[in-house]
Design a protein around this ligand. Structure first.
Ligand SMILES: Cc1ncc(COP(=O)(O)O)c(C=O)c1O
Length: 464
């Protein structure tokens, strides 16, 4: 294709996209036989415009809970531009000004944590954490304490090793064989405890955590190096662990000398109303990974943050010239990431966005709960801050999940009415029935009213 590009005529862009782009998570047949691929042309605040100039209200922060401070921030652009014009990149064996200053700032928000390791995607940060666990096993435990526990319904990334720690069987299907040494523990979704053998009516949180201990004992505590958990499960159905879960998890990890790795790729940097999701629960992780909201998608950055206890395991003086973390991420040396992350944090602080997330999160949860009176199909409303899920059921008594096709139709109807919401999608066999919401942390009551109204109208259209 040739010819000059006319900003007002995106036909050429659509055809280039249709001919040459392989979209994520997409069956492309639809673009050959039917609709044009959607091109997002511009964004401002909570809103984006497509190739037809149609304004959409984005209730999922860039589709995948990322753009925490909203679109079109000039100061984010300035921060990235200033950083890359002065010094865009150097490999991570050396330091950079944005890298050092953002690490200091980040650590100031994470009491008890000390060291920041830079990479550029959530999957990659998690891979780094897994590699640390494996190397610690070799350094301290003759290779034995190498197993990594992960939880049913959690997700940690798209690479083979992170999928090996993936609790979403539909997402994993056809991509095996997976990496050995990853062991699954049960989910802690109270709404579905009736599907778990032996789950009690009371104290479910503690019971769910105790299941982890049983698995550790079954595997042998001397073989288990780490437990990797999302603070609030995202794509697996927006699951907040019930009361009693986290203190017991922390106790178990301590008892068996198991590193607690919290995957904050979604919750990190404000999404739930605290800087990090784990900070709601009074626990102290050994490793924390983060990505999406760290720079709100203005630059690619992810971080693995550890305690000094973990870091110091690689500090012992020895004759062994292999005795350090022999890992690199080329683009972990880009200054755009930490420069954007620094400005992102400034915006959240100066605009009081953590408080707004708490206030608007309560408001939105109340509004979604209120829809239960009108829509029998709503089984459960859950989540924390501006990170909410609505589980749809065919029958409130049996809690039989609504069909995925119907759930997707609700998302489709909202989109037709220019409101972008999400849903668990081709992740959990027979359980892709949760609508997902993660509006930018700048959301107002008006924005939320619009999102909730669109959802209610869509539920009426699809389910009557
Ligand atoms: C909890 C969690 N961890 C890790 C990842 C992987 O992040 P990335 O897509 O940046 O590799 C995701 C992505 O959705 C996620 O939700």
């Amino acid at each position: 294709m040739d010819g000059t590009f006319n900003e007002n005529d995106l036909t050429r862009v659509i055809e280039a996209d249709r001919a040459n782009v392989w979209h994520h998570l997409s069956q492309h047949q639809q673009f050959i036989t039917g609709a044009d691929p959607k091109i997002i042309v511009e964004g401002k605040g909570m809103r984006v415009w497509d190739q037809k100039g149609i304004e959409h209200l984005d209730a999922v922060a860039g589709g995948v809970w990322t753009v925490n401070v909203g679109y079109g921030r000039e100061t984010m652009g300035d921060a990235v531009r200033d950083a890359i014009v002065k010094m865009n990149f150097f490999g991570g064996t050396v330091g950079t000004i944005p890298g050092a200053l953002f690490a200091e700032k980040l650590i100031s928000k994470m009491p008890g944590m000390d060291r920041v390791y830079y990479a550029n995607s959530g999957s990659e940060a998690n891979e780094k954490a897994f590699k640390l666990v494996r190397q610690i096993a070799h350094k301290k435990y003759g290779g034995k304490k190498h197993k990594i526990l992960y939880r049913d319904r959690d997700y940690h990334g798209s690479t083979i090793a992170t999928m090996s720690a993936g609790g979403q069987d539909e997402r994993n299907a056809q991509y095996g064989p997976f990496t050995p040494g990853f062991i699954r523990v049960p989910h802690c979704l109270e709404y579905r405890k009736h599907e778990q053998d032996g789950a009690p009516v009371e104290n479910y949180g503690e019971w769910a955590a105790n299941q982890i201990e049983e698995i550790i004992l079954r595997e042998g505590a001397d073989t288990v190096g780490a437990l990797c958990l999302e603070p609030v499960t995202a794509g697996g159905g927006v699951i907040e662990a019930p009361e009693g879960y986290w203190p017991r998890v922390a106790e178990i990890c301590k008892k068996y000398d198991i590193l607690l790795h919290i995957d904050e790729v979604v919750c990190g940097v404000g999404r739930t109303g605290t800087w990090f999701g784990y900070q709601h629960y009074g626990i102290q992780p050994d490793m924390v990974t983060m990505a999406k909201g760290v720079a709100s998608g203005y630059a690619a950055i992810s971080c693995l943050v550890t305690t000094n206890e973990v870091f110091d395991m690689f500090m012992d003086p020895t004759e062994d010239n292999m005795n350090y973390f022999r890992d690199i991420s080329t683009f972990g040396g880009c200054t755009a990431g930490p420069a954007a992350a620094m400005e992102n944090m400034r915006i959240i602080e100066d605009e009081g966005l953590l408080q707004n997330t708490i206030d608007m999160g309560h408001y939105m949860k109340d509004q979604l709960n209120a829809l239960k009176d009108k829509h029998e199909v709503i089984g459960d409303v859950r989540g924390k801050g501006l990170f909410l899920g609505v589980e749809l059921v065919a029958d409130r008594t049996t809690r039989e999940p609504a069909a995925e096709k119907m759930v997707q139709a609700v998302v489709g109807d909202c989109m037709k009415n220019a409101v972008i919401i999400g849903a668990t999608n081709r992740s959990l066999p027979g359980r892709n029935n949760t609508l997902c919401y993660s509006p930018a942390l700048i959301a107002t009551k008006d924005d939320i009213d619009q999102i909730v109204t669109a959802t209610s109208n869509a539920l009426t259209t699809v389910f009557g």
